[in-house]
Design a binder for this molecule. Structure first.
Ligand code: UD1
Length: 433
């Protein structure tokens, strides 16, 4: 058992890939980053010691641990179990230096309001992928009776008349807005209906944990989520296991598709990846699935086929797999059009990939990807979490050495990425720069 603090500095390390190098074998995915972060925030409502299992060893989790500690919680990690005791929480303020490191810190807003009727959260920063506003979070919470003001960069929330159930239609099925609203609505007086809610598997995971704590949430995973509010005193701590990370799974499947595989990814419900699996099949891969695994293979002598992809909220194609599939498209026969509908500015990866020989034309939120014969190894920089992971994969099929810099992005969301790729047989090492 060890204490918990955010103290990583791995910016001086690089991942070196000597290509071409194939992936083959089985790999187990970690728990979903995007679930575990919100489950940690939800623990605030339990006012006691909750255990969250299958929590990935990644830096975003460390930051959320710090956020909870600053609020007064005790957070202790034991391997992949996290013991979060929120009984001692006596502050409802989340400081600037943590919120600016990770946008998901904003997910304490809903549970803090639920628990204390007030919150002070610095306005968020996070990934450099577009404007990433929080207006929909605010609209949803306001409908529940929350009043907001901004005090020197800090968002101040109060509930002068308490929280009351309501009906809200979200303008867009925002994951973060759905979650924040859900975590406040569970203790609002009366019934809440969230229409056009996000349907991501991580929302179902959050609702399952809230229900295990005594909340009454129904319909999670569909666009209509119903919440019957309960008194805060009815909520209690619980033990909950985080679902597998579908994006980590999709990343390893992309690696298998690139090099031929077979690569089998374990610890993931295949239904979370329906659209990605369909695209892999369209591109010429053979995909097999079991209860909690997915495997991919293809004849590496036959080129991948081109396909068009547009990112959309779940169950559409996930934006968090867009870079990985842009890589596949860049080696496919023909022209693929990739349309990014979820975030602005999420094509930074393309320019790094072009330095390795890809042929990509960007036009606003469309990328025209003309398949090339091969890529060349090069020094490249992770521009964000998923781009970083995809650049390492590009190194697998590139001729020569690829050095991937700025691993702090990859460390935000992938536990032991280089180690897992090496366990699949890839010539990948992580070393001091
Ligand atoms: C979450 C995930 C992220 C994933 C994304 C979409 C976490 C920690 N992150 O991010 O990995 O890529 O879902 O699947 O779970 N928007 C607004 N106003 C709002 C809220 C969102 O304009 O109030 C916009 C955003 O700028 C973005 C789009 O809506 O363009 C989607 O955002 P959202 O679904 O909220 O994503 P996140 O919860 O931030």
């Amino acid at each position: 058992m060890r204490g918990f603090s955010y103290n990583r500095d791995m910016s001086e390390e690089v991942i070196i890939v000597k290509g071409p190098t194939a992936l083959q074998g089985s790999v187990r995915v970690s728990g979903a980053k995007n679930s575990a972060l919100k489950l940690m925030a939800a623990a605030l409502l339990g006012q006691g010691a909750s255990t969250i299992r299958n929590v990935p060893l990644i830096s975003d989790i460390d930051i959320m641990g710090e956020v909870l500690q600053r609020l007064g919680a005790s957070v202790v990690r034991d391997g992949h179990d996290l013991l979060v005791d929120t009984a001692p929480v006596d502050s409802c303020e989340t400081p600037y230096e943590l919120v600016t490191k990770m946008r998901a810190s904003i997910s304490v807003l809903g549970p803090l309001i639920g628990r204390f009727g007030e919150a002070r959260v610095a306005m968020p920063g996070g990934c450099q992928i577009g404007a990433r506003k929080i207006d929909m979070h605010l609209v949803g919470l306001e409908a529940l009776g929350v009043k907001f003001s901004v005090d020197h960069g800090v968002l101040v929330a109060t509930t002068p008349e308490g929280l009351r159930g309501t009906q809200v239609t979200l303008e867009f099925p925002s994951v973060g807005a759905t979650e924040n609203m859900l975590m406040a609505a569970v203790v609002a007086e009366g019934e809440t209906l969230i229409e056009n809610a996000a349907c991501e598997p991580e929302i179902i995971d959050l609702a399952n944990m809230l229900n295990a704590m005594g909340a009454q949430v129904s319909g999670a995973g569909t666009p209509n989520i119903g919440v019957q509010g309960v008194p805060l005193s009815d909520l209690h701590p619980c033990a909950h296991t985080t679902v597998g990370d579908r994006i980590e799974a999709g990343t390893f499947l992309t690696g298998g598709a690139l090099t031929g595989g077979p690569v089998r990814v374990e610890g993931i419900d295949p239904s979370f990846l329906r659209m990605a699996i369909m695209k892999l099949q369209q591109m010429g891969c053979t995909v097999s699935t079991g209860e909690d695994w997915v495997s991919v293979e293809r004849d590496p002598e036959v080129p991948l086929s081109c396909t068009d992809i547009q990112t959309l909220p779940h169950p559409g194609f996930p934006t968090d797999l867009q870079a990985q599939f842009m890589l596949l498209a860049s080696l496919a026969e023909g022209i693929s059009v990739i349309t990014e509908n979820v975030f602005e500015n999420r094509f930074m990866f393309a320019s790094e990939l072009m330095r390795m020989g890809a042929d990509i034309t960007l036009d606003d939120h469309h990328a025209l990807v003309r398949g090339v014969e091969g890529l060349q190894g090069a020094p490249v920089s992770s521009t964000d979490l998923r781009a970083g992971a995809a650049l390492v994969l590009a190194g697998l099929v590139a001729e020569g050495e690829t050095r991937v810099h700025h691993l702090e992005h990859i460390d935000r969301g992938y536990e032991d990425y280089a180690g897992k790729l090496a366990s699949l047989g890839a010539a990948v090492v992580r070393v001091p720069a």
